[in-house]
Design a protein around this ligand. Sequence first.
Ligand SMILES: [Zn+2]
Length: 512
Amino acid sequence: MKGQKVDLIIHNAAIHCLDDANSTEQAMAILDGRIVEVGPERQILNKYRSDETIDAQGKEVYPGLTDAHGHMLMYAKQLLGVDLRGVRSAQEMIHRCEQYKATHPNLKMLVGRGWDQSLWAGQQMPTNTELNQLFPNIPVCLYRIDGHAALINDFLIKKSKLLEKLPTLKGGEVDGGLLIDNAMNLVQPFIPDYPKKDYLKALLQVQDELLQYGITGVHEAGIDFEHIAWFQELVASERLKLNVYAMLMDAPENRSFAAKNGPYHFKNLTIRSFKCFADGALGSRGALLKAPYHDHPESRGLLLTEVERMQNLAQFCLKHNYQMNTHSIGDSANALILNLYASIYKQKPDHRFRIEHAQVVDPIDFQKFADFAVFPSVQPTHAVSDSDWAEARLGKKRMKGAYAYKTLLQQFGMLALGTDFPVEQTNPFLTIQAAVHHSTAEALTLDEVLKGMTIWAAFAAFQEKELGSIEKGKQATFVIFENPVTADQGQVQNYAWRTFINGKCVFKLEAL
Ligand SMILES: [Zn+2]
């Protein structure tokens, strides 16, 4: 038998390598989960032999996509509770809660997520009057789509003794049953949670959804200490196949974990970063702005974490070789974090500390992304979801520095792209549409978007030697798409035909 034996050969493909030369090849050989060689059809077929050979029928192959900012756990939780996405009125929201109650006897609590008052006539924030009538004896908590506001019932207000705690509340607001940002932390401990086994099952459901789009990696944007063990368990039993790059929330146990382990690698689970919140979200007017809100002149938004604590976290991360990824939406929050990262840059130029969202940036601050090597991590579908009210919040002038993806890219030279699911849908083709076509955002090219989901996302997680492109020696993690990937307006439906992680097929499109 001629030829070197490998585990798998993919041929008759259009392989977009996304390497430095941006090359396209026809075939590749894979052994032990790694790419042995990528090259022309004949070259690969002559040189290698394999029991498994896939004729890709001319389909396009890309490195596996990464969602550089997603929330698998939150999405899992959403799947377990009341899905409030797309409700068109407060009444419809209540109606869905009633339906859930009818189909779930012996409810101990009701948790929902996904409402968005900006889709309702009048755009009024909801009140809890009807919830109190329907649910007088169990805690109810309904999160807004962005997770930065929640509507709770009076039972939960009383049970959590919320009103007594208000004088010490920082970085949050309470208005009747409506809680903004840090106020939600005060009631959290009084809402029973779902059993772990339900979460693990739901996490695998999330994984299935991602794999069908060719998403092979997620930067999980903020987990608690107990969740580390959940991910470890799923990875150890090989049920979780995705590459998960988890960011830890800033809590004492998580700091101990980082101090003890340093950058942590366990098969496809990597933990070497912290998530931190500088401010809230624009929709609920929690984003911290330099000047007052255009549609609410009394408010400039909320600082969610004290500056000293963020400085302390940055130094902690530097010391333990962790990365710091800070949620910053408003121009004031962005300026604050850029300046904070400046001091890190002086100590370690290739720190790759990230700003998550970077949604509104004062034009005088853009240069700092370049000067201090700050990695922007953005979610283009937000520009679409926010477009009905962003200008109302900001006024025309500030829109210049909002959703400025191209400028951010030009400054740093790379962008990490994500969706922030479940705030947005997981479908990466919506990201392509939003980034290339949406009118309120600065447009990116298709090539830039794909890099943002692959090689640049890998850089954003220090994984560029392993992932993000199809090159000799790298992990054989890639997707063969059913249809060509284009930026044609309206192309929002495309699926993986096959998805591979580490040389193993993890998703196969069934014949329709
Ligand atoms: Zn997020």
